[in-house]
Design a protein around this ligand. Structure first.
Ligand SMILES: Cc1cc2nc3c(=O)[nH]c(=O)nc-3n(C[C@H](O)[C@H](O)[C@H](O)COP(=O)(O)OP(=O)(O)OC[C@H]3O[C@@H](n4cnc5c(N)ncnc54)[C@H](O)[C@@H]3O)c2cc1C
Length: 460
């Protein structure tokens, strides 16, 4: 039995900073990783997708340059090169993580093996048994594989395997119109594939207000992506070289490749949670209180395995909340549910937001004052011809407190950060009106949006 101070399972976005910080505090850490270092974000999520989306955007800008008076004939995408560039960058990140962990010295030991509970804070991995008073689960999630009739008989792809495809699909069918389906669909369309997104909901990105979803739908349709909305896949089958998806209305979609983008499932199967006394919910996610404590004493969980929101920055933020809870008992405890979690869908235009949209505010009975503005009203957007999108802000009618925003437009993922430090500092929307913004910038458009709130109409 190997005794240690902390066992961390998974080298995801929380584990990477946690391990060296525990070591710096004098604790001996064992970190288990069964696959590549860095988890989903580094290997099959953010880094590779955003790297490849950059290539897709370059192709799109080159093809559509004529609108700016710039003509280039014969734009071709070499998918081999695109994938090789992505692989290089991913490898650099992985190596960086290995160096970062090694720099923590002997107190951090990395065990490249699957870990599994065999008792109270006891884990088996790579033929050894490990014990520590503190165990942290950062095991993440992977693509959901639905019980779809016929799926076992057709080749299908998930977010990991699609990123390794080196020959352009002639027709990519995407099951699921969430953020992964939308990002991947647009990327492959821009590489030159025909793309159909099949989505059971009324709109893509089902949790968004309809106007935000429609802005994304319009952009995807204009690029030639076919959207099959309100369409649930009933079964799939192989016909010659093609895969055929049969939809609930009896129609069929025929394509060369099938991507599953129907949500995520937690990596708790194979973790032996029962032996460790760690309770799971009905979907297999770890049950934890506001402060990451699982049902097993001394065992905590962070990141995607908590069931959402599933973002890299959330898992990273989990690490510092948990570290303070465990190592700085004099600091006020911060609940993981008392944060505002922003996000971005990296389509083009991007969709970024935080807090409430109109639908969620109404559902929760939250009073709000809202303003909307087409992205095409922003001077900068007109100048660079990136006018697609729409913006919306919600504030508390009494206090001017920021309740939420949804920005669909160019660089929306950057723009949303205008709000975040204000939120953290408890500052209301008025400060955005009073500040002097640079002309002509997209950010100036966010100020114009806020000035469209009725309360500022006369004073702004
Ligand atoms: C296609 C795609 C694009 C994405 N894009 C973005 C984005 O742009 N921005 C963003 O914020 N988020 C994005 N995400 C989400 C983001 O990748 C995840 O939220 C984040 O990686 C979660 O980190 P984590 O710490 O929970 O665990 P992960 O990063 O998933 O790491 C878990 C690790 O645990 C290991 N593991 C699991 N079980 C065991 C075991 N029993 N023993 C040993 N090791 C184990 C796994 O191998 C894995 O390495 C994307 C996800 C996908 C799929």
């Amino acid at each position: 039995m190997q005794e240690s101070d902390v066992l961390i399972v998974g080298s995801g976005q929380a584990a990477k900073p946690l391990a060296p910080r525990f070591a710096a505090a004098g604790l001996r850490v064992v970190l288990f990783e069964r696959a590549e270092l860095g988890g989903t974000c580094t290997n099959t999520g953010c880094t590779p997708t955003k790297t490849m989306i950059a290539s897709a955007r370059a192709a799109h800008v080159a093809r559509t340059g004529a609108r700016l008076g710039v003509h280039s004939s014969d734009v071709t995408v070499d998918l081999e090169e695109v994938v090789a560039r992505k692989d290089r960058l991913v490898e650099e990140w992985r190596a960086g993580i290995a160096r970062h962990l090694a720099a923590a010295g002997e107190r951090v030991r990395v065990v490249r093996a699957q870990a599994r509970f065999v008792g109270d804070r006891r884990l088996d991995a790579g033929g050894d048994t490990y014990h520590a008073p503190l165990v942290i689960l950062d095991v993440g999630a992977r693509a959901e594989v639905p019980p779809l009739p016929g799926l076992a008989s057709v080749p299908w792809l998930d977010n990991a395997s699609l990123l390794a495809v080196r020959e352009l699909p002639s027709h990519l069918m995407v099951l699921g119109g969430g953020y992964i389906g939308c990002e991947m669909g647009q990327m492959f369309r821009r590489f030159g594939a025909s793309v159909t997104i099949i989505h059971r909901g009324e709109h893509l990105l089902s949790r968004e207000d309809p106007d935000a979803s429609e802005a994304i739908e319009g952009a995807l349709r204009r690029e030639g992506i076919e959207l099959r909305l309100r369409s649930a896949a009933q079964s799939v089958a192989r016909e010659g070289d093609a895969t055929v998806v049969r939809l609930a209305d009896g129609s069929r979609v025929r394509g060369s490749h099938l991507l599953l983008a129907l949500g995520r499932r937690p990596n708790t199967d194979g973790l032996g949670c029962e032996a460790g006394g760690v309770a799971l919910d009905e979907r297999g996610y770890v049950e934890a209180d506001d402060y990451y404590a699982t049902t097993a004493s001394g065992v905590y969980a962070v990141g995607d395995v908590l069931g959402g929101p599933q973002f890299t920055h959330t898992s990273w933020d989990d690490h510092r909340l948990l570290f303070d809870l465990l190592m700085s008992p004099h600091k006020p405890r911060r609940s993981r549910h008392a944060r505002t979690i922003p996000y971005t869908v990296f389509t083009d235009p991007q969709l970024a937001g935080f807090g409430h949209n109109e639908t969620s505010a109404r559902a929760k009975g939250v009073a709000f004052e809202a303003a909307t503005m087409p992205f095409g009203d922003v001077a900068r957007a007109i100048e660079v011809d990136e006018t697609a999108g729409t913006m919306k802000i919600l504030v508390d009618p009494g206090s001017e407190k920021l309740l939420g925003a949804r920005l669909v437009g160019a660089e929306a993922g950057e723009l949303v950060h205008i709000f975040l430090p204000l939120l953290q500092a408890g500052i209301g929307a008025r400060s955005i009106v009073d500040a002097e913004f640079v002309h002509p910038t997209f950010a100036e458009g966010v100020q114009s949006l806020v000035m469209r709130l009725k309360r500022y109409a006369l004073t702004g």
